[in-house]
Design a protein around this ligand. Structure first.
Ligand code: C5P
Length: 402
């Protein structure tokens, strides 16, 4: 997808509607734009004002608020988007969708759209299991609608079972998948059909609820690699520590804070054809993070800060039986850059180590000069913008996989 993807989000009338607010936030954080439509029932759970503020777009509630058919008719509204998402999809809304009823703005848009539709159901367990709902879900799936399976668990109504709305992160991942499938770039490019896993940014290791150990990684180099891989047609999963960067178009982003969360997210993203581990993972975390903010007690005594080692995500991946065929590590060094990279290559079990000297202002800066170190070979690239380093690396990855 070349420009930011556009989502039309239809919010149905169920208690899970409040989670659509979080979904709007996630969609935007991941670089897509979103326009919301609220059903009449939906307005009883979230207000148009909330969704307008979160989406920074007008919210539509009735057929009659589309000022005129030329400027913003229901046909245009249903077709301007790249994907229509129904969240929560209530039993009633899915029944009307399955029957082709168009008696309000939401169902009219759903009938008029020529774009893929994804529905995230949420309802009481009995309603979900009812033969009528199951028939409607089957009809919708047959007609090409992606209907997610609801989560299982305790429900707002006090019952237990399938029917809970999937977590917003899971819905976002399904949205990203749906967008990825319709992305024209995915069909072409030297990495088309490949899954590229990238880690980027620092990790934050909590000391107490307000303090953490961090490093100066900006995430720029990792994000540039994710962008270059997506532009080369790959499906890209970007596992990112806390950074202030927009998600590159066509990239599925998973945000994490700690090294242990990053390790779990990497594991969950497998299998992959190639892993590029750019993240500056904290080597150590605090042995015990305090449950409450640590306080000065006036005695002048300093609290001890005991550390413990974090998992080495790269080394663990290299030894795992789900090791991607190509694993690329990074090495930020302040001296003996190539010698340290060669030692790291063997120690970690990676295929390549991309080494750079971070004694200058590489961390957070826009330029980088790297050496691509593999067994018995060193290729040194001149200093160039991080986007060009990314393009050069992605080119070599494509050649190696071909
Ligand atoms: O050992 P060092 O931190 O220098 O190794 C850098 C490489 O190892 C990078 O690719 C980094 O993403 C990865 N790494 C990791 N998990 C750690 C430490 C580093 O994946 N705990």
């Amino acid at each position: 997808m070349t420009s930011a993807p556009r989502i039309l989000l239809i919010v149905g009338g169920g208690i899970a509607a409040y989670k659509s607010c979080e979904l709007v936030r996630l969609i935007r954080k991941n670089g897509a734009s979103v326009t919301c439509v609220l059903t009449e029932g939906g307005t009883h759970f979230v207000t148009p004002m909330t969704l307008a503020a979160l989406s920074e777009n007008p919210v539509h509630t009735t057929l009659w608020d589309l000022k005129n058919e030329v400027e913003m008719g229901h046909i245009q509204l249903s077709r301007q988007a790249d994907l229509v998402v129904v969240c929560p999809a209530t039993a009633d809304l899915m029944a009307r969708m399955a029957a082709g009823i168009a008696d309000d703005l939401a169902t009219t848009l759903l009938l008029a759209t020529d774009k893929p539709v994804l529905a995230a159901p949420a309802m009481n367990v009995r309603m979900w299991q009812h033969a009528a709902t199951q028939r409607n879900v089957a009809t919708l799936r047959e007609s090409g609608v992606t209907v997610l399976d609801p989560d299982e668990g305790a429900m707002a109504c006090g019952e237990f079972g399938p029917g809970r709305l999937p977590e917003p992160e899971a819905i976002w991942r399904a949205i990203a998948d749906a967008l990825g499938q319709s992305a024209p770039a995915a069909a072409t490019g030297p990495l088309s059909g490949r899954h590229v896993l990238v880690t980027a940014g620092p990790t934050h290791e909590p000391i107490d609820p307000v303090r953490y150990i961090a490093n100066r990684s900006s995430g720029k180099q990792g994000f540039a690699i994710a962008a270059a891989a997506a532009a080369a047609g790959a499906r890209v999963t970007l596992v990112s520590g806390p950074v202030h960067l927009p998600t590159p178009p066509g990239v599925t982003r998973v945000d994490v804070e700690t090294a242990r969360e990053m390790a779990a997210a990497v594991d969950a993203a497998l299998p992959a054809d190639v892993a590029v581990m750019v993240a500056a993972v904290a080597d150590w975390r605090t042995a015990d993070s305090a449950g409450q903010k640590l306080k000065k007690d006036g005695s002048g005594k300093v609290p001890p800060l005991a550390l413990t080692e974090n998992p080495d995500i790269l080394a663990t991946l290299c030894r795992s039986d789900r090791r991607p065929p190509l694993v690329v590590g990074f090495a930020a060094e302040t001296e003996k850059v190539i010698a340290h990279a060669q030692a790291k290559l063997a120690r970690k079990g990676a295929d390549w180590i991309v080494a750079n000297d971070v004694s200058g202002d590489v961390m957070g800066g826009t330029l980088n000069a790297v050496h691509i170190v593999s067994t018995g070979r060193v290729e040194s690239l001149p200093e160039m913008p991080k986007e060009q380093v990314a393009a050069a690396l992605v080119q070599r990855i494509a050649d190696a996989l071909a």
